[in-house]
Design a protein around this ligand. Structure first.
Ligand code: NAD
Ligand code: ZN
Length: 358
């Protein structure tokens, strides 16, 4: 299926998307220029029994000597304590400067193992092997890695580009339904901000997507990753263009934080955030009623809510919104669309944002 390169000068790397790719990680890693030798597969307690054996066998067949380090599944593993355990495992496995780390799992494993690789011996190669929808279309590409601090998410981190990304859409078959659907919020986001024809394609393909037809999924995962690659290529360190990827995320993050992390999944919060962004785009960016309704209907067809559940407009939410990293005075730099496939940022007041949630 799809192979392409992310062009980032010395950090350029290939991306491979396809069903069954887990069994080819070794050969793909060699083709990407990784040296055979000591390696670590970092994965979590849910993914390990399903997929780690396949990846390890493929690495061994290609001349790597992988050790598997398993962390507990869940966001709590993005911690200093887990990072420290990983370093113990790296030391015991004898990982040196020419060794590689293979991050096999969702965004938690990708962020944690990516950060461990960024700082181990001042930086070793990392291969991202995302197994959730969210990780396959978003977090595995772009080089942002990190762990959480008790005061906030993702406070401790580094930019560390992968040497290769391998997305095996066949692995999405085992994702729980809710986790699969939340990932679709990010797929729809790419259509909304930069690819109007993708909206029509998603409308037509939604039944096949929800059946998890591998060929259909491969097409949309690759299309999403190409969009993310384009944005990252043009703004590797998030100075400008990359901000449009935050469509739906200003409200989404505030919802996640105020709901207590975990009760609303990230993509579920982003879907509601996109609902708010559509309302604000109608009010402040001349988005047509037709485009607005099409986008909302598409989000709902993926089984996601676009409105706040009753009782959620509390003080907690407002407080979280006002703590946004992109805040500026009494407002925030907000991503709007003036038509499907075209996004830009605009300074909006908190009151405007809160009233759009009604
Ligand atoms: N680096 C970035 O650019 C970036 C972008 C977005 C999100 N993130 C981070 O990603 C994390 C969320 O990622 P996530 O949603 O993938 O969560 P996750 O990694 O916790 O995975 C969700 C759950 O699915 C399980 N799982 C993974 N693959 C599976 C499979 N194929 N079949 C069955 N179960 C499977 C995991 O064990 C876990 O229990 C957050 O920490 C977030 O901060 C990072
Ligand atoms: Zn997101």
């Amino acid at each position: 299926m799809g192979d392409f390169r992310v062009n980032l000068g010395p950090n350029s790397h290939p991306v491979h998307v396809g069903a069954g790719a887990l069994a080819r990680v070794g050969e793909l890693a060699r083709a990407a220029g990784l040296k055979p030798g000591r390696a670590a597969i970092v994965t979590d307690s849910v993914v390990a029994p399903m997929y780690a054996g396949r990846v390890a066998a493929s690495l061994r067949a290609a001349g790597f000597e992988p050790e598997t380090a398993i962390v507990a599944a869940g966001e709590a593993s993005k911690s200093l304590a887990t990072l420290s355990d990983l370093f113990d495992r790296f030391a015991a496995a004898g990982l040196d400067r020419s060794s590689a780390v293979f991050a096999l799992g969702g965004g938690v494993v990708g962020d944690l193992a990516g950060f461990a690789a960024a700082v181990w011996m001042r930086g070793v190669a990392v291969v991202q092997i995302p197994t959730t929808m969210l990780a396959q279309v978003d977090s595995a590409l772009g080089g942002k890695t990190g762990i959480n601090h008790s005061s906030a998410k993702n406070l401790i981190g580094a930019f560390h580009q992968p040497r290769l990304v391998v997305a095996d859409v066949a692995a999405l078959a085992t994702l729980p339904d809710r986790a699969f659907r939340e990932g679709l919020a990010e797929v729809i986001k790419y259509g909304a901000i930069m690819d109007a024809p993708m909206i029509a394609a998603l409308e037509a393909a939604m039944p096949a997507i929800l059946r998890r037809d591998p060929e259909t999924l491969a097409g949309f995962v690759e299309r999403s990753l190409r969009h993310k690659a384009f944005v990252v290529e043009n703004d590797e360190r998030e100075g400008g263009l990359r901000k449009i990827l935050n469509f739906g995320h200003t409200v989404g993050h505030a919802l996640e934080a105020s709901a207590g992390y975990g009760s609303l999944l990230h993509g579920e919060a982003v879907a509601i955030g996109m609902g708010a962004a559509v309302a604000l785009s109608r009010a402040c960016a001349n988005l047509s009623a037709t485009d607005a309704e099409r986008l909302l209907a598409l989000i709902r067809s993926a089984g996601l809510e676009t409105r706040l559940p009753p009782g959620w407009r509390g003080e907690e939410f407002e407080r979280a919104l006002k703590l946004d990293k992109k805040r500026a005075g009494a407002g925030v730099e907000f991503v709007l669309i003036d038509r499907l496939g075209h996004a830009f940022t605009k300074q909006l007041g908190f009151d405007e944002i809160i009233s759009a949630l009604g």
